[in-house]
Design a protein around this ligand. Sequence first.
Ligand code: AMP
Ligand code: GLY
Length: 412
Amino acid sequence: MKTLVIGTGGREHALVRSLAQDPGVDEVHAAPGNPGMAALATLHDVDPMDGAQVADLAERVGAGLVVVGPEAPLVAGVADAVAARGIPVFGPSAAAAHLEGSKAFAKEVMEAARVPTARALVCEDDEEVERALVELGPPYVVKDDGLAAGKGVVVTEDHAEALAHARTCGRVVIEEYLDGPEVSLFAITDGTTVYPLQPAQDFKRIGDGETGPNTGGMGAYTPLPWAPADLVAETLATVLQPTVDEMRRRGTPFAGLLYAGLALTSRGLRVVEFNARFGDPETQPLLALLASPLSPLLLGAATGTLAEVAFPRWRPGAAVAVVMASAGYPESSSVGDVITGLDAAEALDGVHVIQAGTAQRGDDLVTAGGRVLAVVGTGASVEAARDAAYAGVAHVQFPGAQHRTDIAAGIT
Ligand code: AMP
Ligand code: GLY
């Protein structure tokens, strides 16, 4: 089978890497891709937001499966455009991707499906925001209703900061604060059958010890040795299956990757957010441990036949991804800084590098975005995987490089 992956980031590089190793896949194409994918896939210069262009490309290369990585094209209906040509596509329709595209809509679905989540008030103006802040109290959780690349959320004790953030948002969602550790639990679904993946955890803030502003994610690891043994079963029963069933009931079945961002609070499990696609960077360590071939799972989800595909199997051990970001991230990013040391990092046992914001400039690999790359380490335990990842990070250099030093630290 020929496959086409849409996107430019680390998630898509990780998907391409898994598909390239898949015995059922004989060609991998990517659009627009990045230099890291170039060694594994044929790259095509196509606008990922343009459904007609993506569908044309899928026909031209004879793709038997198109995988749409990021949320923006999904919300824009790129999966619909591909499906309309009769080509199997992994990724929800625009109507189903609304689960990520609008936090207010996600709350409505969760309420209908009785999925446990934070209480939330949707506000249209300053006055409503003021009232909601008083009603829910500090710490304040203020979210832009729409897509904001992980940066639309402010959690603060400071009333003025909460109000100021609300003013920068379109429609605002003010939420009850959820305490407790966060878990990213992904499920592959065809709209009926739901296969949860292994839980992962990501590190959202720029600074060590979860300090500083939120980012797209600065690192991740899997599995979670500390998580309750029944976490996946409970999430399947109380969150994933009811949500998938509710979306089908509404006539907008959700097929693709349902990402449940969970908080394990003192009062039980709660959904923090849904996303309609693989998480970045959680996908990097997850796919490093997936023992099953990826393409049958994605194709089963795309064609409504997931129940006929074997449940995903995992390699023993753990994987850790450490993101390296360019100078200025997350407020800005720095382009054109020369990156060195990837070969030395990848020469280490159990280490590979997944590229994201990179570009080729002549013979040089240079930075081209905020999150530049992730060094992924695997090992027999989280600690061993973490040691491998950081040994890799030590070889990779570019001016202004930033990374957290505490990804998966102290996890046993
Ligand atoms: P989201 O974009 O909804 O995932 O929010 C980004 C991050 O903000 C989450 O990963 C949490 O760390 C934090 N956050 C979001 N909602 C809440 C909440 N209700 N209580 C506490 N923290 C939250
Ligand atoms: N790692 C968070 C996300 O992908 O949204």
